[in-house]
Design a protein. Sequence first.
Length: 610
Amino acid sequence: LVGDLLRYYPRDYVDYSRLVRINALQSGVTATVVASVRRCHAFASPKNPNLAILELQLQDPTGRLRISKFMAGRRFTSQGWLQQQQRLYPVGAQVAASGLVKESRFGLSLQDPLIEVLANPEAGLRSGEIGRVLPVYGLTEGLIAEKLRQAVQAVLPVLTRLQDPLELRWRQKWQLMPLAEALAQIHGPSSREALEASRRRLVFDEFLLLQLALGQRRQQLRQRPAPVLALGSQGRLLQGFLKLLPFSFTDAQERVLKEICLDMAQPQPMARLVQGDVGSGKTVVAVAALLSAIDGGHQGALMAPTEVLAQQHYEKLCQWLPQLHVTVDFLSGSTPAPRRRQLLQNLANGQLQLLVGTHALIEDPVEFASLGLVVVDEQHRFGVHQRNRLLSKGLQPHLLSMTATPIPRTLALSVHGDLDVSQIDSLPPGRQPIKTEVLSSAQRPKAEALIREQIAAGRQAYLVLPLVEESEKLDLRSAIAEHQRLASEVFPDLVLGLLHGRLSSAHKTAAIEAFAAGHTQLLVSTTVVEVGVDVPNATVMLIDHAERFGLAQLHQLRGRVGRGSSASYCMLINDSSSALAKQRLEVLARCSDGFEIAEVDLKLRGPGQV
């Protein structure tokens, strides 16, 4: 229990050194007010049954303040939870509310505030709390913030007996705070600087454990025998495939294929990640590797995270492989039972050489006769357990992972320490850079005019939005509402399609096929188009609320255009007045290198959860 409390880190902090009276609040500044509750109203949104809204009217001697907090999820909209909120903030209770001061339709308010009921309404903040940075913990029902804080403080004295697992020389080398001090500071920072130093030490420990675990997993993997595929790039099928292609491999593709073939010629299983920017030719390298495995008398498997992407891989293989007399089939959750039974039989007896599919490939009935190579596309979208399930389908097949999401090298080594990393760092010749421009909402007609101009020239276009449906919490356009508006007001003479994640697999496939066939001129979509939609005739993309996306994701979305030989365009609509948002989007406008963009994104946003 003591260890659990010490490792139950605060989710945020309230800076009581920035106490401000209500009449002194200024927009754009993070501040904390201490005030009494005049009114509390907790209710479910009438427009969204999964959204709970907590509204408080606060008052201090200088004025009144109205704040709102939004919580998404069914548990928050239950009557029990709503009633609990009413009891938690009774009229007259004194609270501390912290957040970024923003203008709202009711005047100044606090954005997504942290709200804490003070333990002693008469005394307000205790004298020891004034001027301090205090922890805010995630609470479950029945837990009171002050009680949890007291419990944590009660166990801190045991830290004097804590032995640091890192020797002094290593702490000095890396300028790390002692573990006992780091744990004490994370729960009760004496300053912002001490808090950052404690976080740095605790993050270091987590990364150290991660690297040790990845190293151990890598060592265990290397101890298992794997098929020795000694033919490398000299096999009949692979050589025949290269001759069929209407283009030659780039130097980067040849280098990566050589690295893969050298790995597969070893008696230990390959574990390699291939990174490549959008359009760099990763898939064709993976197909070459699969043919090398089939040349060696084994089977191959290609697993993709979505049925749409898996189906597109299958269709490409069907264009290439019949001429080489390689048998290939497709398996997904929607494959009819009779066809599934025949497919599994062909797979088990070795008649089927290459299987393409989704997570259905890791289901128990799927058995390979001799699985030599597993290719996992967009591998970051699969969990380790899912990838291991597929690896267990063979003796110990070689593993090739692919991602079109460029990962900065420092982060790649941290996350993928159990994989060797190859980069396809150049694009095929002839690819034109995508002209990217950042526009304000007022300039939307310019983007819509470009869409109409391109469609009139026989091209197609995407319009991407962050939400499927309208949200009461976020003042953003949604895919469904924008599709209706465009169809009735802006492009009534065009054929529009709609694509989002809530559609069934059949409807998604139909929407993509209609767009790929040219029946749909403008596809309105959420980020579901980020991966796996390949339509060379699409030359323009408009991304609404672009400030809501990360740079790496925007680069992925932009990669849906520019896949043919025609000039292509990407319009980024920025609805934010933030200088940082504008700075981020301008990076995308001037840079087309996904790896450089990923490095900038890492610096601006941090690594997130690893």
